[in-house]
Design a protein around this ligand. Structure first.
Ligand code: SF4
Length: 459
């Protein structure tokens, strides 16, 4: 942990430290001094000092001042660590911010973001290009309108627990006793939320694994959604091929679902077994063939899984490209320090994962896919990103809206976070539901009231 005299900088500076994956014996201190026209950030790494000055102009107000102080401090810390360790990170000093969102705001303010990304934030040329390409692909989809509404429903149950999972999802067998009660609560919440929709853009049922539910349970939720659906993009994160059947695909089709995810994660059976998924690569292919004519299909793959080699990962990429789904999303494994995986698996080197992600980008883009959204999480291998690729005109509107925070999001279910944007997009207010199912069930009435207030008061 970094030592700084400014408590409000602590978390942000620690994020930069985490990105460098430092061992505990590296001691880092930060000191900010202000002169009449200069801010000086001094970083001390194991006794060695680095100082960086920034000329001060009139900050305007306190919020802007704090934001710029934070920005300069993070950049200074990044530069000092980069110099001291002789390491550059692909996203430079950017942590805790969505790169495309920052690029859009720089474009609005200055008409360009390239120079800021490369020279100020020290983002690599490759990642700056990736951001530019995503902004280009989003043309025609990106629509900043506070009336636009995306409607999310969370199903927190899975057929088994994958060992890398960082989502809040329960094994369906152990959750059996409260599934029906959860579905009834969800339907009550969906009905109560329907009045908050302004201009519906998309519906997304995510998980967990929504198709882990029985056909009867799944259909109950879809019947409730039918009442709000005006024929918009409608995604169900089917996810696990071991739960996709001819019957549940027909149910999804009959309820006007337009997109599904069938997630291989890897096309190597030994990896699937090692990560706790009860299906094979052939199951993915079989279910994909069953679904591909009726839905736009996304496939998720993960770089850095369970010590896969570069060749293992390249095999999965090439297999996905051969199958030709409409979307492929490349995730980079994110392992929290102290988690089960962090304790039991020796991580691949960052360079190995960087090579995998670069290969995926090269193969997908030369095969007709364009990157169209990205996001980053803490503890990602190689300090990289997750990127969604799409064939032209098959992009998922929901993903763009959510990543760029340009619409209101009405989220239903446990662990769901509703977001309301103000008319001028200067504020985003949130209401989060409890993460565990029993607390969600107990607090449902209060959640409904809080959500109503959120969307009514935020105009
Ligand atoms: S299918 Fe997804 S949500 Fe479910 S346990 Fe695996 S990673 Fe987690």
């Amino acid at each position: 942990m970094i030592e700084t005299q400014l408590e409000y900088l602590q978390n942000d500076l620690n994020e930069v430290l985490t990105a460098f994956n430092l061992s505990d014996d590296v001691k880092v201190k930060h000191l900010l001094t202000k002169t009449e026209n200069k801010l000086v950030n001094t970083i001390v790494i194991n006794g060695k000092s680095y100082a960086y000055g920034n000329l001060i102009h009139d900050f305007g107000d306190e919020i802007v001042e704090k934001r710029l102080i934070k920005r300069f401090a993070k950049i200074s810390l990044y530069k000092a660590l980069s110099l001291n360790l002789n390491v550059s990170l692909p996203w430079g000093s950017l942590t805790g911010i969505r790169p495309t969102k920052l690029a859009y705001s720089l474009l609005e303010e200055n008409g360009e973001f390239y120079d800021y990304f490369i020279n100020t934030f020290k983002v690599s040329e490759e990642k700056t290009e990736l951001t530019a390409k995503i902004i280009e692909t989003q043309k025609g989809i990106y629509e900043k309108n506070p009336d636009n509404t995306d409607f999310f429903i969370f199903v927190p149950f899975c057929p088994s627990r994958c060992n890398y999972c960082s989502f809040i999802s329960q094994d369906i067998k152990s959750a059996k006793m409260h599934i029906d009660e959860y579905i009834d609560a969800l339907i009550k919440e969906i009905n109560a939320s329907s009045f908050l929709i302004r201009k519906l853009r998309s519906i997304y049922i995510g998980g967990g694994t929504p198709v882990a539910l029985s056909d009867r349970q799944l259909e109950k939720i879809l019947n409730a959604v039918d009442k709000i659906n005006t024929g918009v993009e409608y995604t169900v994160e089917a996810g696990r091929p071991d739960r996709i059947t001819k019957e549940n695909l027909k149910i999804l089709k009959d309820h006007n679902v337009t997109r599904i995810c069938i997630n291989p994660q890897s096309f190597n059976d030994k990896t699937l077994k090692a990560i706790g998924r009860f299906h094979t690569a052939n199951d993915v292919i079989e279910k994909y063939e069953m679904a591909k004519n009726d839905f736009i299909v996304n496939m998720d793959l993960i770089a850095g899984l369970n010590n896969e080699t570069f060749d293992d990962f390249a095999y999965s990429i090439n297999k996905a490209i051969e199958l030709d789904p409409d979307n492929v999303t490349i995730h980079t494994l994110s392992i929290k320090k102290g988690s089960y995986l962090a304790e039991t698996t020796s991580r691949l080197s960052d360079n190995d994962v960087i090579k995998m992600v670069d290969y995926a980008h090269k193969r997908l883009t030369e095969s007709g896919y364009n990157p169209y959204y990205l996001y980053r999480q803490k503890y990602m291998a190689g300090n990289l990103e997750n990127t969604g690729y799409s064939k032209p005109d098959k992009e998922c509107v929901y993903n763009v809206d959510v990543m760029e925070e340009i619409s209101q999001n009405i989220a239903n279910g446990s662990c769901a976070i509703s977001k309301a944007v103000s008319d001028d997009f200067s504020r985003i207010e949130r209401v989060a539901s409890p993460k565990d199912v029993p607390t969600y069930l107990a607090k449902l009435d209060k959640i409904i009231i809080d959500k109503n207030n959120l969307f009514k008061n935020n105009r």
